[in-house]
Design a protein around this ligand. Structure first.
Ligand SMILES: C[C@](O)(CO)[C@H](O)COP(=O)(O)OP(=O)(O)OC[C@H]1O[C@@H](n2ccc(N)nc2=O)[C@H](O)[C@@H]1O
Ligand SMILES: Nc1ncnc2c1ncn2[C@@H]1O[C@H](COP(=O)(O)OP(=O)(O)OP(=O)(O)O)[C@@H](O)[C@H]1O
Length: 282
């Protein structure tokens, strides 16, 4: 069994829409979101080792390497379940900004769950992997599900979007870290929020742009006003719409085509010392 290994891509996500519906007794919030994967990926190398135990290495100092790493906890969950006498060495080549609203840690964890399921030949179904995933983090099931989805519950109830355009996206991150827990804690819930169902069919980019929204945006902007400046800059440089992703601070702009996205990303990167990337939607 040992000496088997695999190298996998763990993509980032953006939230096209994030409605917070209510606060639950357990402190989490019921949400309704539209989630989309984008082609900005961490590379995850998973090696089965002869000795037992889990190690995580990463090219970024700010990412923890022990049990605090969500990828470590994903490996632990699978090893506990499998009862096989193997160890796991995980190496993360981080490309996704950390604590950025792009779901990087969640995607790493989902990739480890799926990768180990294959390497150890456990035969766990997508549903079983998603059930393990939600015990690690609310965004993890989405990355196992894969497709562009409406996510409900705390993020674990996923419905495939029937039709949606695949625009280019420009990501801009002003190099500050945002704590997701802090954002939810500082959110003032709107009483009597409209909880109508979310559309799951979009004919074109205009229809998609019309539905964009994020209830967490004003909370994070109150702490980091630069997010509003980035939203405006993306529109100025040709985005059809712009929005903060997840709990932020990363802002994304929607572009019809690759050339326009790359041009906007280049201008912003030249003018500002921010993380900037033009990426495809997956
Ligand atoms: C902001 C989003 O990224 C949008 O996709 C997610 O809602 C957050 O997903 P995540 O980072 O995987 O979340 P977790 O690691 O499970 O939770 C981090 C913290 O966010 C808060 N949290 C998260 C999800 C949720 N539905 N309600 C919450 O209130 C909780 O305070 C929790 O302690
Ligand atoms: N594999 C990992 N990659 C990145 N951060 C990790 C990882 N494991 C643990 N962390 C910790 O988790 C925190 C959140 O990181 P992450 O990049 O997942 O946030 P995020 O992009 O805001 O996620 P979300 O969009 O789900 O809220 C960081 O402060 C980091 O220290």
């Amino acid at each position: 069994m040992p000496n088997k290994s695999v190298e996998l891509s763990a993509p980032a996500k953006v939230n096209y829409r994030l409605d917070v519906l209510s606060k639950r007794p357990d402190g989490y919030h019921d949400l309704r979101m539209i989630m989309q994967r984008v082609d900005l990926c961490d590379t995850i190398r998973i090696n089965l080792t002869g000795s037992t135990g889990i190690t995580v290495t990463c090219n970024r100092n700010s990412v923890p390497d022990g049990p605090e790493n969500i990828a470590w906890r994903a490996a632990k969950a699978v090893l506990d379940l499998s009862q096989k006498p193997v160890g796991v060495a995980i190496d993360i080549d981080k490309k996704i900004p950390v604590a950025a609203g792009l779901g990087g840690g969640s995607s790493d964890a989902a990739t480890v769950l799926m990768g180990l399921n294959n390497l150890l030949e456990l035969g766990l179904s997508t549903e079983q992997l998603m059930e393990i995933g939600v015990t690690l983090g609310a965004d993890v099931p989405f990355f196992i599900f894969g497709d562009t989805s409406i996510a409900e519950g705390i993020g674990e109830k996923l419905t495939r979007i029937e039709k949606i355009p695949r625009p280019w996206i420009v990501l801009v991150n002003p190099n500050v870290h945002v704590s997701t827990a802090w954002v939810y804690k500082n959110l003032q819930l709107t009483i009597g929020k409209d909880v109508n169902t979310m559309p799951n069919f979009f004919d074109n980019i205009a229809e998609l742009c019309a539905v964009l929204g994020n209830d967490l945006e004003s909370v994070t902007i109150s702490r980091f006003p630069v997010i509003r400046d980035i939203k405006n800059l993306l529109i100025q440089y040709g985005a059809a719409a712009s929005l903060m992703s997840g709990s932020g601070p990363t802002v994304f702009g929607i572009f019809e085509d690759e050339a326009a996205a790359r041009e906007a990303a280049k201008k912003i990167a030249t003018e500002h010392n921010w993380f900037t990337a033009a990426v495809k939607t997956l």
